[in-house]
Write a new protein. Structure first.
Length: 720
């Protein structure tokens, strides 16, 4: 963990913080709705306004933090955020060297994503930050997201300034004049005769006078609607006999040029040299109205596309259901849109989203709505309750989305997946209907790209079971229920053992050993994949080292499957190197296995990582070769040492001329690329003989041995 630095002018910064009179026992209620809306806007569970003290930090307002957490400055994310001018974004704290072992990450509240923008005092010193946080990582936080966070910060700054003036008034007169003079908010002092005795520059600017012209002027000159009896009544009511209640009052201030400015007044009272003195803070409601409108837009509409957000669309759906109308909700998710942002940039991605927004709007009827749920996800409310009509609308929508798009001088196409839910399945709940559409969308995405799926009740039950299974996966990691089995890999020419492939198994406490097909897809796509992948890597290396030493077989090689998440973490090379060094293994004793699905979705990232791993001496195997459409190009571009022929070809090669020809061609290709070949799924002696006759190097399958626990493998294959 890296502790935050302090600024050169730290003492002045701390003095600026003190001017707000806030501490851990005093929060600012006016900020509560702002942080709540910020959390909703960015679809995160936590938002806060954090002020940074000397050794500790404290919340001026927070949302979603029910449990106490470490408030020391050394662990504070916001203490880092105030050190830079831009929005500080940490997509995944677990992979950031500054925070990966931070108590706020490893303990409560378990922060995995952070975005914070500095907040400044009128003096220019950073006093704290507005931040949004999540317990799961976020791979993207767009330029527009940063701009929206800055807009929220302006709202926070306005409300903090009111608090600063309030605190200064409580310290009058020793600090108030100094604070008031520098305040961007209009503030003036007047005596018992309602004549101005002091005003700051902001007041003069608001009213069109100089400060000298306002000195000694009666309040009635620029507050003509408030006669003396009315002023006395307002002051008495606001100051509560000297105990300032700070009740705001609306009025019209008269500008020197003759026009009126709507203002909000907050009166103060204090004693100076035994005399009663009064003050008033003026807030231009015109600007306030603009901020209110801005806040309304931020909390209800997407800043990029202008579309309604989830909350507004949910309200529209609820209204439609209340009328008894039959409607449909369509959930839309663009296929692999992250690739557009990653390869062409977020500016191009935003242009594409705006084009698609207009296309979707053009397909809607007058009472139908489209909203942006976040990122590349949209939802539509259609007044078409019949399945045929809703499906036709979905197909038209996907056809429009799939048309060429001109953006940034480029021509491109995108596709989308769509889930449909009808109100006949959710008559009384907008949330349920929109949730049904999301479940159907999940089903569509699992079917591949550019698909449409319709909600059926079974999908909800599947989702419930999936959530339960995810919870069981978390428990499996915590309780160490995963085990590694090992399947032998054999040289076909000599019949000798070359190595083994480490295969993960789940020893479920109630169901016993589960097939990998029962849990691997969910594990690979979930948040645990990186941690489990690291465990597999270290466990397999430890086992390989033990067997190489006990058997005296220095050429024993361990095959280890990788998850895509291990590449995303950005530290795969370091973890491989650490596993090898900790176990005293040479790099060539480990063979990392990758599948085509991993490579296709993240080509550049994977390729560079694999090249560096191969340069270090680690072997790289391409698993399930022959089942995908890009295999030949990968042989050319990727730093492979071996290809593994998929079991589907091995199983059929003795009864299918085409499959045997495919295997023979694969072996020939491998020879040309100077690669080794291993055939998976070898189950019969005939298959082994055929493979040997066409020159295949190695074999793996039940004919040689099933996957076994470590001790059983040792007894069967390593004890002589």
């Amino acid at each position: 963990m890296r502790c935050p630095s302090t600024l050169v002018d730290e003492s002045e910064r701390l003095q600026a913080v003190e001017e707000y009179g806030l501490n851990k026992s005093y929060s600012l209620s006016s900020l509560a709705p702002v942080v709540r809306l910020a959390a909703e806007m960015f679809h995160v569970p936590i938002a806060a306004v954090n002020l940074i003290g000397d050794r500790h930090v404290f919340f001026a307002a927070s949302y979603g933090l029910e449990q106490a957490c470490d408030m020391s400055r050394d662990v504070s994310f916001c203490a880092h955020a105030i050190l830079q001018k831009e929005v500080m974004v940490v997509p995944d704290t677990a992979n950031d060297i500054r925070f990966h072992d931070n108590p706020l990450v490893t303990g409560s509240p378990g922060v995995r994503f952070y975005a914070g923008v500095p907040l400044y005092a009128p003096s220019g010193h950073p006093i704290g930050a507005l931040c949004v946080m999540d317990r799961v990582s976020h791979q993207t936080f767009s330029v527009q997201d940063s701009e929206r966070l800055r807009e929220f910060a302006l709202l926070v700054t306005d409300k903090l300034e009111l608090r600063r003036l309030e605190a200064a008034e409580q310290m009058w007169p020793t600090r108030f004049y100094e604070v008031a003079a520098a305040s961007p908010g209009p503030l003036l002092e007047f005596d018992q005769n309602f004549h101005v005795t002091f005003c700051n520059g902001a007041t003069a600017a608001l009213l069109g006078y100089t400060q000298q012209q306002l000195a000694g002027a009666p309040l009635a000159r620029f507050l003509p609607g408030l006669e003396r009896p009315r002023l006395e009544h307002l002051i008495a009511g606001s100051t509560l006999n000297g105990s300032n209640g700070h009740l705001p009052h609306k009025a019209l201030a008269l500008h020197r040029d003759g026009y009126t400015v709507p203002v909000e007044l907050v009166f103060f009272a204090w004693k100076k040299m035994s005399h009663r003195h009064f003050g008033v803070m003026l807030t231009d409601i015109t600007d306030g109205r603009q901020r209110d409108q801005q806040l309304y837009r931020l909390s209800n509409f997407d800043a990029l596309t202008g579309l309604a957000n989830r909350r507004v669309l949910r309200h529209e759906v609820a209204g439609a259901l209340d009328t008894g109308a039959d409607v449909a909700v369509l959930a839309i998710d663009l296929d692999n849109f992250k690739d557009v942002n990653d390869t062409l940039g977020h500016k191009i991605g935003d242009q594409v989203l705006c084009v698609l927004t207009e296309r979707m709007k053009d397909l809607l009827g007058p009472s139908e709505k489209v909203g942006r749920m976040g990122g590349d996800e949209f939802a539509l409310l259609l007044r078409r309750g019949e399945l045929a009509a809703a499906r036709a609308a979905a197909l038209s929508l996907m056809s429009e989305i799939g048309k060429p798009i001109e953006a940034g001088g480029l021509c491109m196409r995108v596709t989308a997946s769509c889930g449909i839910a009808l109100s006949t399945e959710a008559k009384h709940s907008a949330e349920e209907l929109m949730g049904n559409a999301d479940l159907a969308l999940y089903q569509a995405k699992s079917m591949g790209r550019n698909q449409v799926s319709v909600y059926i009740p079974a999908l909800r039950q599947e989702a419930i079971e999936r959530r339960q299974f995810e919870a069981e996966l978390h428990r499996a990691v915590e309780n160490q229920e995963f085990e590694l089995f090992y399947q032998p890999q054999v040289c076909l020419k000599s019949g000798s053992l070359i190595g083994a492939e480490a295969l993960i198994r789940w020893n479920h406490p109630q169901k016993g050993y589960l097939s990998p097909a029962a849990f691997l897809p969910l594990l690979e796509s979930g948040p645990l994949a990186g941690d489990v992948g690291t465990w597999v890597l270290r466990q397999a290396c430890s086992q390989a080292a033990a067997w190489r030493q006990s058997s005296g077989n220095d050429s024993f090689r361990m095959g280890i499957n990788l998850f895509a998440a291990q590449f995303f973490a950005g530290d795969l090379e370091e973890k491989v190197e650490s596993a090898l060094q900790d176990n005293g293994l040479p790099p060539e004793s480990v063979e990392l296995e990758i599948t085509e699905n991993i490579i296709l979705n993240h080509n550049a990232l994977i390729l560079e990582t694999l090249r560096r791993l191969r340069e270090s001496g680690v072997c790289i195997a391409f698993d399930d070769f022959g089942t995908g459409y890009a295999s030949l190009s990968m042989l050319r571009d990727y730093p492979l040492t071996q290809i593994k022929i998929d079991r589907s070809f091995t199983n059929n090669m003795c009864c299918s001329i085409r499959d045997e020809a495919t295997v023979a061609a694969t072996v020939g290709l491998a020879r040309n690329y100077d690669l080794d070949v291993i055939a998976e799924g070898v189950e019969t002696e005939e298959q082994m003989a055929r493979l040997k006759s066409i020159g295949c190097d190695e074999g793996q399958g039940y004919f040689f041995g099933k996957p076994l626990p470590a001790e059983d493998f040792r007894q069967k294959f390593l004890v002589h």
